[in-house]
Write a protein that binds this ligand. Structure first.
Ligand code: MN
Length: 314
């Protein structure tokens, strides 16, 4: 198969030269009865620091069937960060790890050169699902390293006058998340109370973006709406969030990622050949291992020639 037959998406930092306030509408993806808004990658193929993927799922309630049930599937070249506002997600992987994620904690999986995992709503659950899953592109020097999984039951909660910062990745306000990462980044869930104002210092060498998770908000005096990612550019040293009726907001950042990545299905790579090899290894039950704790068939890779988006909430 020739290179041009791998329908991968090329993503790179897109000339973040200064401040920006750009709105990018998220796309709706349906996974069974679960409605997912995919906010990254965006059409303009821009990364936000090393963050290359963002799925927003819920809020929704359920009674009978599991709303989230993503069978075993492989990853290369990335980390997944899963963060919940409500509900529970059970992670199982090919290293034998199981991690029950609940609000306030974070699940961080580092694929290195290859891992397989499954994610599902646990049998015992609150009947709620509300959260995000993010991917971080691993830098070239680390992307073929060992796979690992980290479950943090809680992350730093930094109380501010008018709200709380939940810091699940990187450093902010003198606090640091113990989530493993391989290049500088920032990931936080900001809670601002009704009528409140929160001011945060930003690293001006980072580019940043925000996604409103609930409620209403203004960012540096500009209104933002749910369902869209707002790219804020680089060279900002402060962020001011105000809310009328309270809000929660995802804040992402990192230095513009210096490498161009190729994304196809659940793989983050640099060349079509790597994607082709990873796909064939998965199909041939090589490299990635199995996820025996997940009861059910694993996912088949789609054909290489078809543009293959990642599994929803994967
Ligand atoms: Mn996945």
């Amino acid at each position: 198969m020739t290179d041009s037959n791998v329908a991968a998406q090329e993503c790179s930092t897109s000339g973040a030269g200064g401040h920006a306030f750009e709105k990018f509408q998220a796309r709706e993806v349906l996974l069974g009865g679960l409605r997912i808004m995919r906010a990254l990658p965006i059409r303009q193929k821009r990364l936000v620091g090393p963050w290359c993927f963002l799925d927003r799922f819920g809020p929704q309630s359920f009674t009978e069937s599991k709303p989230l049930d993503v069978a075993a599937h492989p990853h290369i070249g990335l980390q997944t960060f899963t963060w919940l506002l409500e509900g529970e997600i059970l992670h199982k992987d090919s290293l034998g790890n199981e991690g029950l994620l609940q609000p306030g904690g974070v699940n961080v999986m580092t694929s290195g050169g290859g891992i397989a995992h499954a994610e599902e709503s646990p049998m015992q659950n609150s009947g709620l699902l509300n959260g995000v899953q993010l991917w971080v592109a691993l830098p070239d020097a680390w992307r073929n390293g060992a796979a690992s999984f980290q479950h943090l039951g809680e992350v730093p909660r930094i109380e501010q006058r008018d709200g709380t910062v939940n810091l699940f990745a990187g450093s902010l306000l003198g606090n640091t998340s113990s989530a493993r990462h391989f290049s500088p980044l920032l990931g936080a869930d900001l809670e601002v109370r009704a009528g409140g104002s929160m001011e945060l210092p930003l690293d001006p060498s980072f580019e940043h973006a925000v996604l409103l998770l609930s409620g209403d908000a203004k960012v540096n005096r500009g209104f933002i709406e749910q369902g869209s990612l707002y790219y804020l550019g680089i060279n900002r040293s402060r962020l001011e969030i105000t809310s009328g009726n309270s809000c929660r907001m995802l804040l992402l950042g990192g230095p513009p990622f210096p490498e161009t990545i190729l994304m196809w299905w659940n793989f983050v790579a640099r060349s079509p050949q790597e994607i082709e090899r990873a796909r064939s290894d998965w199909q041939n039950h090589e490299r990635f291992g199995e996820v025996p704790a997940y009861r059910g068939p694993r996912l088949d890779a789609p054909p290489l020639t078809r543009f293959a988006a990642a599994n929803p909430a994967s």
